[in-house]
Design a protein around this ligand. Structure first.
Ligand code: COA
Length: 259
């Protein structure tokens, strides 16, 4: 159990709120578990028709907790809850609506490609700086981002690490609408209510057809996870994590000199 994720259900809508604003909603193993438990329980609960994912404190999520990345880079195994979560994303059965304000970094952006409706504020910023951390894309983003945004934009985000403001994500086809921060949650809930009033079996069947074969997506997730785990152990990644936590720029040149 963790207080860093808050779950509530009303009117056929399950709301999953990331609630660790002091750490910019960085996701810990306990948070991945809480979210995955909620999604599985909601999918199995006939009283839930739709999942809604929200951030808090003007932040969606700063991605995986870098302290956990650093621990893995020093020899700890990749936490099982992370793998469970990213393998669950393509298998979610009910529609997912997300409301994004502020930064959405790493998995904070890549999980959105598994959502069905995304609303964002003018202050939302989407970033996938995997390469700058010595890592590779995850959560099937190497497949879903080029497919959804086109290769050029996906490469710009995933390799160059360029953060995209909400306006570019609208052009890229990820976001349904940009709304003010004060209207964001009402907009997401309004869309969720509209979905919750649809015939549920037809909605799930339509969604399954539109999202494609989850096995194909999980195949990519698993392939990425192998390389990601190798990269986590690399001196490059360790330097990047340490630099972030020490609030200094990463120095990859010193690794070249040693090599
Ligand atoms: N993991 C662990 N701690 C994190 C974190 C993360 N992913 N993101 C933020 N934090 C912590 C900071 O270390 C800081 O902790 P402190 O108050 O104890 O020093 C606190 O959250 C506030 O973060 P800060 O960087 O000061 O906020 P900001 O408003 O200047 O910047 C972000 C916000 C999201 C742009 C910035 O925190 C960031 O880039 N985070 C890392 C994102 C990332 O690379 N994630 C992994 C992707 S694979």
């Amino acid at each position: 159990m963790t207080d860093d994720v808050q779950i509530s259900t009303a009117g056929g809508i399950q709301t999953i709120r990331l609630n660790r604003a002091t750490k910019k909603n960085a996701l810990t193993a306990a948070m991945y578990t809480a979210i995955a438990d909620a999604i599985e329980a909601g999918d199995a609960n006939p009283d839930v028709g739709v999942h809604v994912i929200l951030g808090s404190g003007g932040v969606f999520s700063s991605g995986n907790d870098i302290n956990d990345f650093l621990a893995t880079s020093k020899g700890a195994s990749v936490p099982t809850p992370v793998l469970r979560f990213i393998r669950l994303l393509p298998r979610i059965e009910k529609p997912v609506v997300a409301g994004v304000d502020g930064p959405a970094v790493g998995i904070g952006t890549t999980l959105l490609f598994h959502c069905d409706l995304v609303y964002a504020t003018p202050g939302a910023v989407f970033a996938t700086p995997f390469l700058d951390l010595g890592l590779v894309p995850e959560a099937a983003s190497s497949l879903l981002m080029p497919a959804r945004m086109g290769y050029a934009r996906a490469f710009e985000m995933l390799a160059l690490g360029t953060p995209f403001p909400a306006s570019r994500m609208v052009e890229a086809g990820l976001i349904n609408a940009v709304v003010s921060a004060s209207d964001l949650e009402a907009k997401a809930m309004e869309a969720a209510q509209a979905l919750a009033s649809k015939p549920p079996e037809a909605l799930q069947a339509a969604r399954r057809l539109m999202r494609g074969d989850p096995a194909e997506i999980i195949k990519r997730t698993d392939a990425e996870a192998v390389t990601f785990a190798e990269r986590l152990m690399s001196p490059e990644a360790r330097e990047a994590f340490q630099a972030f936590l020490e609030k200094r720029p990463a120095d990859f040149a010193k690794l070249r000199q040693k090599g």
